[in-house]
Design a protein around this ligand. Structure first.
Ligand SMILES: Cc1cc2nc3c(=O)[nH]c(=O)nc-3n(C[C@H](O)[C@H](O)[C@H](O)COP(=O)(O)OP(=O)(O)OC[C@H]3O[C@@H](n4cnc5c(N)ncnc54)[C@H](O)[C@@H]3O)c2cc1C
Length: 775
């Protein structure tokens, strides 16, 4: 007999029906709870033996009620509930008692059941699975949770925010975005390397035809005379296929700019126009198989032969061949080749030379051997190659002679006497590449974020029992994965704008600082791109893995950004060394009185910032205050720098070789680089918030800036705790504030990625079709 039929015989048993329904609906009863319930039933004197047996049968895990029977239970229970306003707090026993009363004809409950009420309630309490929300099992559709209700709201003018991001480059961004949306730029999906490479070359030509390639060159050589716009072009092209931007960058940036910065008027005059129109495709050949990061030790030689007035460019052994060289495998007709300059048997260090590779018809010239690097992890539209030179003669005029030259008499000449200094001065002029690459990587990160955030806003998974499913972006963990990366994208945007401005206004005095800044920001921003795209891929689940949704290409193509234009780890050491030099100079420039003041100032800061009240302060206003964030970042930077300097000095004073001392402290030095760059990023973000005039845009930027700061402090909380700058109560409160900010910014997340204004033709991912929101 089914349970409902048995209930007709003894309506008192209705009291158990809601409880049984909830138990079976989730199969939530553990074996011990089942045993407890069975024992309880046995002790109920008001139940007859056949009732006890009927109840026990309902608790047999091997014999659940049939689906139809289960539905009939629910229908029965709903007869005593009000669908519109189910009482959240109602106890299951109360509902059961109502049912029992209803089936007793609305008369009084039997005395046995009346007397058992108290024990029934305590039995309900003792079962862990029963809670005040169990009632939603009966009216799941009426459930309205805060998590379900979160959604996108528009609190600021998206176009205004986009205008702030674009800065003065708005017009050129528009122009390029329009061009990229033309049918000629439609993506090509092919596995055929040569077809892909030809398409990328064709795209580059289309851009060159519009004057975009030559934008950074002086007007007198057919250029636009506008480096700022050149960087903006690189950035916006990076919303499209990244092979395009890298091929574009190799041709007009690396190759063209090496001639512009390392050559002199005669080179500019002969080459820049043809490079800008892509009539002369070329390469930048610095790296060798044996030497990548340590370029000073490259082994290709350029030996001057005075009688013929030529340099003989030669690869002495396979390790000295040029490797990974962009544009070399198929299209390059000339290369800027970095080689050791040998004059009169003496080695004068690395210089740059223009070496023809192919004739106009694309035939490789005598003495040059080129091998295709083949398929790569990404950027397969770029033809990278390995080049070997076998005693190739080039005229003396092909030496890029801004920093060193060979005179008519066949003598070496340079305004910079030290080979080492000349080398670093030469490399310093090429810092532009370290601005273009992180800006390109940031665009790729923005594309990934746009795809993942639009998707997260719409994709629904899980929800309260029986209730509507929830957009995945409403889940706290999903927010915690994406919102800090969204804040990073904004933070890095303003920092890279600052770097670009500093570079464009550089003077001899600040060039070293700018080089360190570029090295550090390149590293931090491209690592962030890699992290962002990985997270975006995972945040889109299986869809993120499908090539049609674009994260595949974005991830693979930007992977190498952390390696080329300087390996990130190596770059961070350059940053640290530059900071140490600056620190040393700061001290050596101070007289005794100034040093005394500096030390007193440090002590004062330490005292105020590490005062017991502050290290424990958890009030929200303080935790979100930009002043607090800046102090914390600056304190960390200063502390890591001074302690690294002290450690190095101690080792060297103890007689350790400085090379070993640097290696012993290497991990510490990398932190010096990070702490410096993170402080710069925060300062620039805070400054941007302050100068934003539109109040609504300012409000959202302020929140993003707070999120950037809190997230970094959360990442470094171990350090802050170790150094007594914060106590556990404060780092916990920070984490809470961080979660809350993620929760709040979630509502703005879609408009925030819309403000990137990435053309739909570039995103081209089915899962990221645009979202329409009304203001
Ligand atoms: C797709 C692609 C395109 C490229 N295009 C060009 C191009 O057009 N022209 C060109 O000249 N070059 C090009 N390169 C070369 C690129 O610039 C180099 O790969 C890069 O500089 C790193 O050199 P490497 O590969 O020899 O690595 P290595 O220098 O051997 O580094 C290997 C690892 O060792 C670590 N390491 C090295 N030194 C230290 C140290 N002192 N302390 C701690 N760790 C260290 C690095 O962090 C890295 O993880 C390209 C490379 C690739 C992959």
């Amino acid at each position: 007999m089914n349970y409902l039929a048995h209930l007709k015989r003894n309506p008192d048993l209705y009291v158990f029906l809601p409880l049984l329904y909830v138990a079976w609906s989730d199969t939530l009863l553990t074996p011990s709870e089942l045993a407890r319930l069975k024992a309880f039933i046995e002790t109920q004197v008001w139940l007859k033996n056949e009732d006890k047996e009927a109840l026990s049968n309902q608790l047999n895990p091997a014999a659940p009620p049939s689906p139809n029977e289960f539905k009939a239970w629910l229908a029965e229970i709903r007869t005593v509930l009000d669908a519109g306003t189910p009482e959240r707090k109602a106890s299951l026993i109360d509902i059961g008692l109502k049912l029992a009363l209803q089936h007793a004809g609305g008369q009084q409950l039997k005395s046995g059941l009346q007397e058992a009420r108290k024990s029934l309630y305590s039995m309900e309490d003792s079962l862990g699975f029963i809670n005040s929300e169990s009632v939603f099992h009966f009216y799941p559709e009426s459930r309205q949770t805060i998590t379900q209700q979160r959604g996108t709201t528009i609190t600021f003018d998206i176009d205004k925010l986009a205008g702030i991001l674009d800065g003065p480059n708005g017009a050129i961004y528009q122009k390029i975005k329009k061009l990229l949306s033309e049918p000629e730029f439609r993506y090509l999906y092919t596995d055929d390397l040569s077809v892909y490479r030809e398409k990328v070359l064709e795209w580059c030509k289309l851009l060159a035809d519009q004057g975009f390639g030559a934008m950074g060159y002086p007007k007198k050589y057919g250029g636009g005379g506008d480096m700022a716009t050149y960087f903006a072009i690189m950035e916006v092209l990076s919303y499209h296929d990244l092979s395009l931007v890298i091929k574009f960058g190799v041709q007009f940036g690396l190759f063209g700019m090496s001639i512009y910065f390392l050559g002199t008027e005669k080179h500019h005059h002969v080459y820049l126009r043809d490079i800008g129109t892509l009539k002369l495709p070329g390469c930048f050949a610095m790296t060798e198989t044996g030497h990548g990061s340590n370029v000073r030790e490259i082994e290709t030689t350029a030996t001057y032969d005075h009688p013929t007035g030529t340099f003989r460019v030669h690869t002495p052994h396979p390790e000295a061949q040029k490797e990974y060289i962009g544009n070399a495998a198929c299209h390059g007709q000339m290369a800027t080749v970095f080689a050791k300059l040998i004059v009169e048997g003496k080695d004068y260090g690395v210089s740059a030379f223009l070496v023809p590779l192919r004739d106009k018809s694309g035939n490789i010239l005598p003495g040059v051997t080129i091998r295709d690097c083949g398929r790569k992890m990404g950027l397969n539209g770029v033809d990278n190659g390995v080049i070997r030179f076998d005693d190739v003669a080039i005229p003396r005029a092909n030496m890029l002679d801004r920093f060193a030259s060979v005179t008519d008499e066949g003598k070496f000449d340079s305004p910079i006497s030290s080979d080492n200094r000349r080398f670093f001065t030469m490399l310093g002029t090429l810092v532009g590449g370290r601005i273009g690459i992180p800006r390109s990587g940031l665009s790729a990160a923005k594309s990934g974020l746009t795809i993942a955030i639009r998707y997260g806003d719409r994709r629904r998974q899980f929800g309260p029992e029986g209730g509507k499913e929830v957009p995945i972006l409403n889940y706290r963990q999903h927010q915690r994965r994406l919102m800090p990366l969204l804040a990073n994208a904004y933070a890095h945007h303003f920092a890279l704008q600052y770097l670009t401005d500093r570079f464009l206004q550089r003077t001899d005095e600040d060039i070293q600082e700018i080089e360190a800044l570029a090295a550090g920001l390149k590293a931090v921003a491209t690592w962030n791109t890699t992290e962002t795209l990985q997270e975006c891929r995972e945040c889109c689940g299986g869809k993120g893995y499908l090539s049609e949704n674009r994260i595949d290409a974005l991830k693979n193509d930007t992977e190498v950004y952390t390696t080329f234009e300087g390996d990130n780890t190596v770059l961070m050491q350059l940053v640290a060394k530059s900071r140490l030099t600056e620190f040393k100079q700061e001290f050596s420039n101070m007289d005794l009185f100034a040093i005394f003041n500096f030390v007193a100032e440090q002590a004062k800061t330490t005292l105020t910032e590490r005062n017991p009240l502050i290290i424990r302060t958890t009030d929200e206003q303080h935790l979100l205050d930009a002043g607090f964030h800046l102090s914390a970042f600056r304190y960390r930077e200063r502390n890591i720098l001074t302690s690294a300097a002290r450690r190095l000095k101690r080792h060297i004073d103890d007689g350790m070789d400085s090379f070993d001392a640097f290696n012993v402290c290497q991990n510490h030095l990398i932190l010096v680089g990070f702490a410096y760059i993170e402080r710069i990023i925060l300062e620039q973000f805070v400054a941007q918030v302050e100068r934003t005039e539109d109040a609504r845009c300012q409000a959202i930027l302020k929140k993003l800036c707070q999120l950037y700061a809190l997230n970094q402090m959360d990442i470094h909380k171990g350090w802050y705790l170790e150094n007594g700058y914060m106590e556990g109560v404060k780092t916990k409160a920070l984490r809470k504030a961080l979660d809350q900010l993620c929760w709040e910014i979630r509502q703005d997340a879609v408009p925030l990625v819309e403000a990137f204004k990435i053309p739909d033709s570039c995103l081209a991912a089915p899962i990221s079709s645009p979202v329409t929101h009304s203001v």
